[in-house]
Every structure is written in C-alpha cells, then in structure tokens.
Design a protein around this ligand. Structure first.
Ligand code: PRX
Length: 646
C-alpha cells in the first residue's frame, strides 16, 4: 500500500484554530445536551445502543445485543422487526396528516405525501411486488430518478423482506448490468426517464440495454415520469400505475430477522469490480435512527433536506431511513442545483422553509464559485442547522457555508462515514460540541474510532480505524467473504480498516484527510482508479493505462489518465475524445476523465509496478518525489515535458 498523499489542505487544517461554541439557545433545546453521554456510552456500549433500540418497534425482542465472531457481527440477535413498519406504521395515527415527503420535480411540479399517504402507497406497491412474485430474501434492483416512487419502492421491499439494490441513475447500462447480474435481481424498478438540467435521462432505455441477452431479470416496473416514448415488452414490462391500481393500501409488514438483508449497495473499492456492500435490518435501523436524531437534532416541526441522490448511501440513510424513522418531514428534489438558475437550492429552502440542510463540500465549493448573490436573493432564515458529508471540507468552504448560508448562527455538523459504516460515525453533537472548521470533531457516542500508525500504535497522525463493532456496520461483500476479510480486516487483524488517513489533535478532534488507497472522490462520487483503468484498456487501441486523482479545488479529485497505445496506433486528440466516451459508456459520465495524457511508457518500479505517486506528482505539478526505484528515469522526464491540461 502506498503512503497517504497529503492533500494541500492539510497545511490549512493544522493552522485552523477557530472554535465555535454552541449557542446557549441551541444548547437549551438540543436533543442531546449532556456531555456525559460520551463517557457513559464508552463505559457500556451495549446499554447505549439497547436504549436506542428500545425506542423502536420489535415484533420480537432480541435475545442478545451482539454476537461477534470477527469479522462477522450480528446485532440484536433473535429480534424480529421491520424497518418500514418503524418508518410508517409506528407514526400512525399520531402523524397521519403530517407531511412525510415534500417532493419537487426539476420542472417545478410538486407533490406532498403525508405519513398516512406514504403508508398507503407503500402498502399498494408491496402488494404489487408480491403479485409479481417477489419473496422475502429476493433482491430487487432500483434504477430511478429522485421521485417519491423511489422511496416508496425501497420501503415496499423492506416491508415484504426483500432486499433493494439501488443503482444511481448516472451509471451506464453496462455498469447497471454488472450490478444486476452480481445481485441476481429478478426484477428491476425504473422510470421512463428523469429530469436533469432540462433533459430527460433515458432510464428505461438503459435498462433495456442492461438486460438484453442473458439476464436474471424477469420483470421491469416502469414509473411514468417524463412521458417520453419507451418500449414496453409484453409480459416483461409493466407500468407502475397499472400495477398499483386496484391494490389494497394495506399490506402487513413482514416481521423479519434482525439480520435479514435490508439492502445491497455497490461501491468502488481498489479493484475494477464494484463491491456489493451488504446491510442488514436491526442494527442499521438503530444506528440510522440514533444518529439522525442527535446529529441533525430532529424536532417535530423540522423541515429536513438532504440533497444527496438516493443512489448513494447518504440518500439511503439520511434521505429515507434516518429521518423517516424519526417521523420527520423530508424535502426531496429531483434535479440539478443550477436549473433553471444557480439559485435553485436556495429557492427550495425559502419555499419549503427548510430548517436542517445537509449537503456535500463539492456542492458548497460550487456555490462559492457561483457567488453570494444567488443565496442572497432568498430568505434563508428558516435554517437552524447545516450538515456536510462525503469529503473533507476545507475551512474556507466551512466558513462560507456558516456565514453565507447559515447567517453566522447555524452549527455545522461535518459528518464522517462510509457506505460500509451504514451511518454517521464521527460528527459533532450540535448542542454539545465546540466546532473547528474542517474537523468532523469526535466519534459519535458508542463508536470506538481511533487513529493508529502502521504498526497499530495510537498516533496523532496515521490511519483511521474502528476498534469495536457498531450496529450499522456492513455485514460483508455480497458473495465474496474473502474479499470482505482482506479489504477491511487484514491490515489490522482486530480492527476495521477505513482506508482513510486521519490526524487527531491535542483536544482529541479527528481531522480526516481522505483516502490512502486508490479510491477517488470525484464531486462526492466514489470511484476507483482501477475501475477507470479497466474501462480504458477495454478499448482495443489501448495497451496500458494508469489513472490518478489530481487535487481539484471544486471536485476534490479530477480524473487524470496516462495512456499508452498499441504499436501502430496514433495517439491523436480524437482518440482522447473516443477514450473519454468509452469510459462514459463503461461506467457513466461521472467517471469521464478530465485529462488524458498519451505516453510511450508509464513509470514503473523494477518489479513492474506503476508508480502512481510519481504520476500524481506530475499531474499536480509538484517537485518529483523519490524516483530512485524507477526502472527508467527518462520516462518521468518525458512525461513531465508532455503533461499539459486539455
Ligand atoms: O474518504 C472518506 C470520505 O468518503 C469516504 C466514503 O465514501 P462513500 O462510501 O461514498 O460515502 C460517502 C458518504 C458517507 C470516506 O472513506 N468522507 C466521507 N465523509 C467525510 C469524508 N472525508 C472527510 N470528511 C467527511 N465528513
């Protein structure tokens, strides 16, 4: 494994000494205001999580809180529950008329679903799924735009004990096919299309392509969203509205085992093949419920908006499950932040009187670039709490977020977690924690996180590890227990390895620095260098490819590909364009390389390993690091000479 490459922001981070105390007003009303919770939870983690679990509904109470046989955890063993029941039925009749979802489409259309209505829609679709032959334990792939039907479909799967596998709508048909095949889904839920920056994304057409030829898929359910023309294959394809018509709005929630698989979510690792991260029901539910309640400080009258697409884990845990478990009102928006104008998010906040707003640093930096005039056009005074997720937030963006969006008064909860952790692991408790811009502050009570050096000794700077199991932790990689063990449980035999570099300051605050492996963050999307390299070498003219992430002021990482072509092929700018399109075809537009640099050779060690660190140095224009192990130093010189941005 390579040593962490220090992001440029570290220097700034270490000089960051500003401290923001919670206001007395916030503290007085906070859901969690007693600093003793940290110590109490550390003393008895089980008791802490059991108390949270006890606030939720169990058809049968668990016998044992945790069974831990490294690396396999079982939480709330023997318990029977249902997360959809806890998100819906548990709130009735008290919250029957309370809006659960305030939805806005990109063209400006709107829909409100109260808890009663959401309960009924989920019931109808659960019955429709059953009619299509979906049983407990089946996997269902969801490839949908940000429409209420996506949340309904997830909750319906959970209600009948089937596992959902949501695939982000920006993935290409080929990427979708890989995920459908790996999960062996018999059914796909999609839409004719979805709106993005005024254009209709051809979702159904992508599904047709993804399941052409050999495929496990027997049925496709299609939501009519954009009205664009789609092919409907008789006997295989069904309209959503026709399937739910005439279904009873009632469908009893299936009491499932606490360890029943709730969902699969594919994410990039360091190899070319995405991993199907497995999450189960009971522990995940408890973790999402607790963290949403304390970190977002959810109150009965809050209007909560998390801008993440449900195709990513943030959307699973903090658009759908966490807030609905808390009976909150969520805002859901279908489209782009700059449609029709750069102020769309601020217009939504003003219109729905959003009180809690959760977004990503990439978005915040983009808003900074667009300028203050856009937020200043709107009344954002409803906001009382801001959140950040997905990447390290640089102090400059943090301060801008606080001053310009939060009027200098809203606490910012910078939340560190991963697809694998299921729920937030490191974040402030806004009524207790003094904030430092750029730091996710401290582990949530009951979470045993630490920073250790290469040998596993406690350190101020090193790798972020989790030393004890936590309720929402992944239960494995679907169909690949060996990979699960080797990726997460082999660097340190006793602890979960996060893959992140981290510092801990004198006050015990954590400063997450980013990945130490070959995982990239491109505008908050997680991609692996290997995945993009595989897509490039898949093209006939390419001999070899090496991809690195160059630090980017907005996107965090820009994708830079160094490519060698086969003998006799000319490396023309046209080929560069073709290769970019090829990556889009294989993975999706989120992986399109920003720069492709053709080279006659890649820098390699004598043993033949590509020296990515050197490539990063070249791409970031740094003085070259140690090149003494390089087989042919002339390669670097020529690369340096040829490197130019396109
Ligand atoms: O590197 C860390 C970064 O995002 C990675 C996890 O990516 P993903 O599974 O896509 O989940 C993103 C949403 C939870 C982490 O290993 N990361 C996430 N949140 C933060 C962060 N880095 C710094 N600060 C954060 N708040």
């Amino acid at each position: 494994m390579e040593k962490p490459t220090p992001p440029k922001t570290i220097e700034d981070l270490l000089r960051e000494e500003r401290l923001f105390q919670p206001s007395e007003e916030f503290q007085n009303k906070a859901n969690s205001a007693n600093p003793a919770v940290y110590e109490e939870a550390a003393k008895d983690r089980f008791k802490f999580w059991e108390e949270w679990a006890g606030q939720l509904h169990w058809f049968r109470k668990w016998d044992k809180t945790l069974e831990w046989e490294l690396p396999d955890a079982r939480w709330f063993v023997g318990g029977k529950t249902n997360i959809a029941y806890n998100c819906l039925d548990r709130h009735l009749p008290k919250r029957a008329q309370k809006p659960a979802i305030l939805w806005e489409g990109e063209p400006g259309d709107q829909k409100t679903l109260t808890y009663e209505q959401l309960f009924q829609e989920v019931g109808r679709f659960s019955n429709a799924l059953k009619k299509l032959g979906v049983c407990t334990g089946d996997r269902v792939t969801l490839y949908m735009p940000m429409v209420p039907e996506l949340a309904i479909a997830m909750l319906a799967c959970a209600r009948i004990g089937a596992a959902h596998s949501v695939v982000f709508g920006g993935f290409s048909p080929e990427a979708l096919r890989g995920r459908i095949d790996d999960s062996q889904s018999k059914i796909v839920i999609t839409a004719d299309g979805g709106w993005r920056r005024g254009a209709a994304i051809p979702l159904k057409q992508n599904v047709d392509e993804a399941i052409s030829g050999d495929s496990p898929v027997k049925s496709v359910v299609v939501v009519r969203r954009t009205g664009q023309a789609v092919l409907m294959k008789p006997g295989r394809d069904f309209w959503w509205h026709e399937q739910v018509a005439g279904q009873s709005p009632r469908c009893e929630a299936e009491p499932v085992d606490s360890e029943q698989m709730l969902y699969l979510l594919y994410t990039s690792g360091t190899t070319g093949k995405p991993k199907g991260i497995v999450h189960t029901t009971g522990g995940y539910m408890v973790g999402c419920y607790a963290t949403a309640r304390w970190i977002f400080d959810l109150k009965e009258d809050d209007i909560y908006w998390c801008t993440a697409d449900i195709g990513w884990v943030t959307g699973h845990s903090y658009v759908v499950y966490g807030p609905l478990l808390n009976g909150a009102t969520i805002v859901m928006y279908e489209g782009a932040p700059n449609h029709p104008e750069n102020d769309r998010f601020w217009a939504i906040i003003e219109k729905y009187k959003v009180t809690v707003f959760y977004t990503a640093p990439t978005a915040i930096r983009t808003f900074m670039k667009w300028g203050e005039s856009f937020p200043q056009k709107h009344n954002l005074s409803s906001l009382r709490l801001l959140g950040s997720v997905g990447e390290p937030i640089n102090p400059e963006a943090w301060i801008w977020y606080r001053q310009i969006i939060g009027a200098g008064k809203c606490p910012i909860v910078d939340t560190w977690w991963q697809t694998e952790t299921g729920h937030i692991m490191i974040a402030p408790l806004p009524g207790i924690t003094a904030l430092k811009p750029g730091s996710a502050t401290k582990p949530f009570p009951g979470i045993d996180a630490d920073v250790v050096d290469e040998q596993g000794n406690p350190a101020n700077s090193g790798y972020l590890v989790i030393k004890s199991p936590w309720p929402g932790m992944l239960r494995g990689i679907y169909g690949d227990p060996e990979r699960y063990r080797s990726v997460y449980w082999s660097k340190y035999p006793q602890w979960y390895f996060t893959g992140d570099g981290c510092k801990k300051d004198a006050d015990g605050y954590f400063w997450v620095l980013g990945r130490v492996d070959d995982v990239l963050k491109v505008s908050g999307h997680r991609l692996s260098t290997m995945e993009i390299e595989s897509a490039l070498v898949d093209y006939t003219d390419v001999a070899e490819a090496a991809v690195i992430g160059r630090q980017d002021p907005i996107k965090e990482n820009a994708v830079v590909a160094f490519v060698t072509v086969k003998n006799g092929v000319s490396a023309t700018p046209e080929l560069g364009k073709i290769l970019k399109d090829h990556v889009v075809k294989k993975i999706g537009s989120l992986a399109r390389p920003d720069t492709i640099l053709f080279t006659s050779e890649l820098p390699k060690t004598r043993s033949g390993k590509i020296m990515r660190r050197l490539l990063r140095d070249i791409a970031e224009g740094r003085v070259l690091g140690d090149a003494t192990t390089l087989a042919d130093p002339a390669v670097v010189e020529s690369l340096k000479k040829n490197y130019s941005e396109d």
